[in-house]
Design a protein around this ligand. Sequence first.
Ligand SMILES: [Ca+2]
Length: 311
Amino acid sequence: MRQIIIDCDPSPDDAVAILAALASPEELKVLAVTTVAGNVPVSLTSKNARKALELARRTEIPVYAGACAPLLRKLVTAEHVHGRTGFDGYDLPEPKIPLAKGFAADAIVDLIMQREPGEVTLCCLAPLTNIALALAKEPAIATRVKEIVLMGGAFSEGGNITPAAEFNVFVDPEAAARVLDCGAPITMIPLDCTHQALTTKARLEKLRAFGTPVTEAFYHLLKFNKIFDEQKYGWEGGPLHDATVIAYLLDPIIFSGRKVHVDVECSSMLTLGMTVVDWWSVSEKPANVQFLREISTDRYFDLVIERLGRL
Ligand SMILES: [Ca+2]
């Protein structure tokens, strides 16, 4: 069984990832949820994470709030996609559980260092600010984690916040660069995969058919959440980005890719936050990432929908 920490900025995608993990107790043990500023400010991502845990009746899982701004830059958020609350589209009750005491990056360090090497997997669904801060406090976490699995970046798909950059990397490119350089085993799931994974009407109806409070809420949240993407891209549905990280842990065969070197552009005005993927190893730099480029979308949705239906 993998012990995981989920670092996130909930929007519904992140919440689907959290709930899919909680619905998989044979494979995953969720040690904590840590939150960061990203899709919306950290006060709201921290609230949304707790709403998701209360919906799943898993209020024993601690939620630690983390960084309210990127390492060096002003925060860029995505209310234009997710609505003002980050959770627009379905009214979940205000959370009753309090935040856990302490700062997310400290909790990440403690949870990893208190365990044996290779026990904890970091699941990163947001700008990587908390992880970079944790590495700054205790660089040894890079050699203690089993793996870092992150949703972020893009290769040939282009960007979703600028023409060149994917949102999570763009918001805190210095943090992303620090994490990619840390030496831990890293698996990266970019837009090249997630833009194939669309919440079509048939998939959302299949989710709703379970008829539980969880599936009903996420039917509406995902439906609202994907309106922007449907209009922007002209697709039938929007990408379900973040749950790919949990799906990878549960069934890695869903994905394929290769080990490559990835750098992050941190200085260009034009391509800030672009992930430069050395697919053909032209730089001969050693690989720092397992970069996943293909996804079996039906298998992905079958898995995620089945897990949410358990709750
Ligand atoms: Ca996210």
